[in-house]
Design a protein around this ligand. Structure first.
Ligand SMILES: Nc1nc2c(ncn2[C@@H]2O[C@H](COP(=O)(O)OP(=O)(O)OP(=O)(O)O)[C@@H](O)[C@H]2O)c(=O)[nH]1
Ligand SMILES: [Mg+2]
Length: 449
């Protein structure tokens, strides 16, 4: 591994001011000098020590806790300091300004502390990604998945597979070298190939997760579609428990799609309200409808809104996800209106709900069902890939393993495919040439992490 670089970086690691306590982090070779000049001496390692923190003229900026975390046992693997000071803008500004005046120090870029942790070998790329997810997790299940990944569940799995592959290849290559000695021809290859076939099965099984890990990271998209005035925006507001979208009795109120994030049983759902579908006259409304249909095509579930006081909205546009029909304005339903039925031949409509956003009746049943749908699509029992990056490398790895198996009678070629498969796994954890990925991965962090 290359070293973490020669500059010393600093950044506010806690949330924005004003706040109770602000944490300012410093990492790099100049940390000892920073301590000597700003707090007078080097405190005991890993012990919170109350000190006056001074600028270079000797005047006190603040009194606060100083944590001295010498490398390589720190998060970044380098010498690190954490200052815990009063969380005002003025204190933060004075402290960061004083740090900036010390030679060899500069403000950190987004994700730079974590990047150094990767470069010093403290964490692998999947653990870095897990940390990024942990910082942005919005729901309980996202938190659990991110925490597990940041603690190495994926790293252990992928590194284990890579080590198995390296062993299998070594066996084949050794067998090639000693081919002349004619001990028991083929038996070593058989053994290595059995390992390879087992790995191929394990990776294929790992990939057959129905994209749960990725879905849990991004959340399911549920789109409300239906004719104008059906009560779509009222439904969004009721499910969000906030007055997000404008509701009026004018058909064609909503134009731009409106998105809210729901947390159902700890699973993330993005719920989108859209423009009512009809033959629209105006340009703005037509564009709104185009966007509504577009969203419908990328939805995981459509809530097709119909209202008891309106005529049937016509057939549901062709989309491939399941559709739940929501009969709204239940409080207005008369015998006749309540009999409006979706085309019985439309087997995409898998469930039906009746509710009223005015009385609240029927809402709980819909929320309960949405929670069930989310759990059904995102519940995770084993370790799963969480990014497209993992998936595509694994798919490429499986293909190379299949090639290796196909060429089992030509061990030299088989060994080469095994090397390639191992490299694909190595790129996931960052053991193999990943320079091109680093900016993308670490750029998504906030500054101070
Ligand atoms: N009685 C009753 N009225 C409702 C209910 N839900 C919505 N409405 C009324 O129906 C009208 C249309 O509601 P919206 O939520 O704006 O309907 P929409 O489907 O978003 O309409 P567009 O944005 O125009 O497509 C408003 O006057 C609402 O107050 C309900 O459950 N019961
Ligand atoms: Mg609306």
């Amino acid at each position: 591994m290359v070293s973490g670089g020669t500059t010393t970086i600093y950044a506010l690691a806690s949330g924005g001011a004003p706040c109770g306590v602000a944490v300012i982090r410093v990492s790099g070779p100049r940390c000892r000098f920073v301590l000597e000049t700003m707090v007078g001496s080097i405190p005991a390692p890993r012990v919170a020590t109350l000190r006056s923190i001074r600028d270079r003229t000797g005047s006190t900026i603040d009194r606060g806790l100083v944590l001295w975390l010498p490398g390589p046992g720190s998060f970044t693997g380098e010498d690190t300091i954490e200052f815990q000071v009063h969380g005002s803008r003025a204190v933060i500004r004075a402290l960061t300004a004083a740090l900036g005046e010390i030679e060899g120090l500069r403000p950190a870029e987004a994700g730079e502390f974590t990047r150094r942790a990767f470069l010093t070998g403290r964490i692998d790329l999947t653990e870095a990604e897990g940390l990024a997810d942990l910082l942005t997790a919005e729901t309980e299940m996202q938190r659990r998945q991110a925490l597990a990944q940041s603690e190495g569940t994926l790293r252990r799995l992928y590194e284990g597979w890579r080590e198995d592959l390296i062993r299998a290849r070594a066996m084949i290559e050794a067998d090639l070298d000693f081919a002349d000695e004619e001990d028991i021809p083929g038996s070593v290859i058989d053994q290595a190939m059995a390992t390879v076939a087992g790995l191929r099965r394990a990776i294929a099984l790992h990939l057959a997760d129905d994209h749960r890990g990725e879905r849990l990271r991004s959340g399911l998209m549920v789109v409300i579609l239906g004719p104008p005035n059906a009560g779509k925006s009222s439904l969004l507001n009721a499910l969000a428990r906030r007055d997000v979208a404008i509701v009026t009795d004018e058909a064609g109120t909503t134009r731009d799609p409106i998105e809210v994030h729901l947390d159902l049983r700890g699973y993330p759902i993005t719920l989108v309200d859209t423009a009512g579908l009809r033959e629209a006259e105006g340009k703005v409304e037509r564009e709104g409808i185009r966007r509504a249909l577009d969203l419908g095509h990328s939805a995981d579930l459509i809530l097709w809104a119909q209202a008891a006081d309106l005529a049937d909205g016509g057939p549901v546009p062709v989309m491939d996800c399941p559709i739940w029909r929501v009969d709204g304005k239940g409080d207005l339903a008369t015998g006749a209106a309540a009999t409006v039925v979706v085309d019985p031949g439309d087997d995409r409509v898998v469930r039906r709900f009746a509710l009223s956003t005015v009385t609240g009746e029927g809402l709980d049943a819909l929320i309960e069902a949405l929670g069930g749908f989310a759990a059904d699509r995102m519940a995770i029992e084993t370790v799963v890939p969480t990014r497209e990056r993992h998936r595509s490398a694994l798919v490429a790895g499986v293909e190379d393993l299949e090639q290796a198996i196909r060429f089992r009678n030509d061990p030299e070629i088989a060994a080469d495919f095994l090397r390639r498969a191992g490299d694909h796994l190595g790129r996931i954890t960052g053991r193999i040439d990943v320079e091109d990925l680093l900016d993308t991965i670490f750029g998504s962090f906030c500054i101070g992490k």
